[in-house]
Design a protein around this ligand. Structure first.
Ligand code: PA5
Length: 432
């Protein structure tokens, strides 16, 4: 069976064998710290073996709940922010129809809320869900995040008016920590069903827990296959040897390039369905590495679209950038280019080829142009888009950012900087 691979031929000339050897020595030590749970943030390593630890009854419960929601809802609203929604959205966008909400007759329309305090978005959402059978999944590990709590309050209030207490609490599912906080209390007081986010897994590492798995189950994504993919990637990233561990070689290359002044990484997509995977990656890497005055700035681009906006800067701007391409080898669905009798656009030489073919050539053209313009680049090859490979990909990045953050000399598992704005806002809102 094919697995996800990393092609790094386009760092040739930027990284010498000596540098690989030097970083290998550091990785050997960091690897020991990581697997023996002695690294900074060692209380937050539960994600490493969670795909093995999650129990059969818990997976079955998630699938059964997903099925109940699917059968009893026109609209499913996932309420959460940051690590509490980006992973689910990434997987759902990757694995469902691009126009899921417009065409899906077998699963409810999906909306994401609680990830902002935009008044216009919330007001419009209330319009769209009116008179529909609504189910909510409110996701918050702490149970106290302002954006999530505020939006949940509004939607719960709307539902109480529509369905009464009993009907509302049947249609609300919470995903939160096991012991405390407003959501846990609500579940104890009203009987709403609540799934558990393990204490030792932080938000941005929680996609393969009920945080991500329940919304995925709602749209019928094979969560067993996803966990199987993650378990396979856990095996593939066990070795400390950078040439036998794709997460570590990715982490090694990023850090060597960073030391050379390549302080921005662009994760560039060539597949529409992968756009939200990139947004999940952005948080994973930004929040894990950007601290103590250090960190590679993660940026995302969708090619070829953004070649017409960012292409100039990447090709000829400051040489402080490297790129990682996210490629799906077999797009699965495709469109063939037709003959045109007049051929006024001069494209008849492409007739008979597919968009997938042209896209592949565009990627080759881009990587060569950027490489020769001084932008080293890597390619992550995903054999095809299914739950198994998306599970692999999530785990690949999680393991990579763990090692990458340790190489950088930071604690990859905390986010102390996020508190500053929250404290200011609480003061301004006169909250205790
Ligand atoms: O990675 C993180 O820890 C954050 O992005 C959190 O997931 C986010 O702030 C939401 O927190 P909570 O789940 O407690 O509402």
């Amino acid at each position: 069976m094919k697995e996800i691979t990393l092609n790094y031929k386009n760092v040739n000339g930027f990284i010498s064998d000596k540098e690989f050897l030097r970083i290998q020595n550091i990785i050997d030590k960091k690897h020991d710290l990581l697997i023996n749970k002695k690294c900074p943030g060692n209380d937050w390593l539960g994600w490493m073996d969670f795909p093995d630890r999650i129990s059969r009854p818990e997976v079955d419960d998630l699938m059964e709940t997903g099925e109940w929601i699917r059968e009893n809802s026109d609209v499913f609203v996932s309420i959460g922010i940051g690590g509490s929604y980006l992973g689910a959205r990434a997987a759902i966008h990757a694995l469902t129809h691009s126009f899921h909400n417009e065409i899906s007759s077998i699963s409810p329309r999906i909306y994401y809320a609680g990830n902002s305090i935009y008044p216009d978005y919330l007001a419009d959402l209330l319009d769209v869900i009116r008179d529909k059978r609504i189910t909510l999944n409110v996701i918050s590990k702490s149970g106290s995040t302002l954006e999530t709590s505020l939006v949940f309050r509004v939607l719960k209030n709307y539902m109480l008016k529509e369905y009464g207490e009993k009907g509302t609490y049947q249609r609300i599912f919470a995903t939160t920590n096991a012991h405390s906080g407003a959501l846990r209390k609500l579940s104890e007081e009203t009987g709403i069903k609540a799934f558990v986010i393990p204490d030792d897994i932080g938000g941005r590492f929680s996609v393969l827990t009920p945080v991500g798995l329940l919304p995925m189950a709602v749209v019928g994504i094979g969560i067993d296959e996803m966990l199987q993919g993650a378990r396979r990637m856990a095996q593939m990233t066990q070795s400390p040897d950078i040439f036998r561990n794709i997460s570590y070689i990715y982490a090694a290359i990023r850090n060597i390039l960073y030391e050379q002044g390549k302080v921005i990484e662009i994760l560039a997509n060539f597949t529409h369905s992968m756009c939200d995977i990139a947004r999940w990656w952005l948080q994973l890497f930004g929040e894990s590495e950007g601290k103590d005055g250090k960190g590679i700035y993660p940026a995302i681009a969708n090619y070829t679209t953004d070649l017409h906006s960012m292409g100039q800067l990447v090709q000829q701007g400051m040489r402080n950038v490297f790129e990682t391409f996210l490629i799906v080898e077999e797009p699965g669905i495709d469109v063939r280019i037709p003959e045109d009798a007049r051929n006024l656009d001069g494209l008849n030489n492409l007739a008979g080829h597919t968009f997938g073919y042209v896209n592949k050539k565009a990627k080759e053209a881009t990587e060569d142009a950027h490489y020769s313009g001084g932008v080293p680049n890597l390619t992550i090859n995903i054999p095809k888009l299914n739950a198994y490979y998306v599970g692999q990909l999530f785990y690949f990045f999680e393991k990579a950012v763990a090692m990458s953050g340790l190489l950088l000399g930071v604690n990859p598992f905390n986010q102390p900087g996020v508190e500053a704005y929250k404290m200011n806002l609480k003061e301004l809102l006169k909250m205790k």
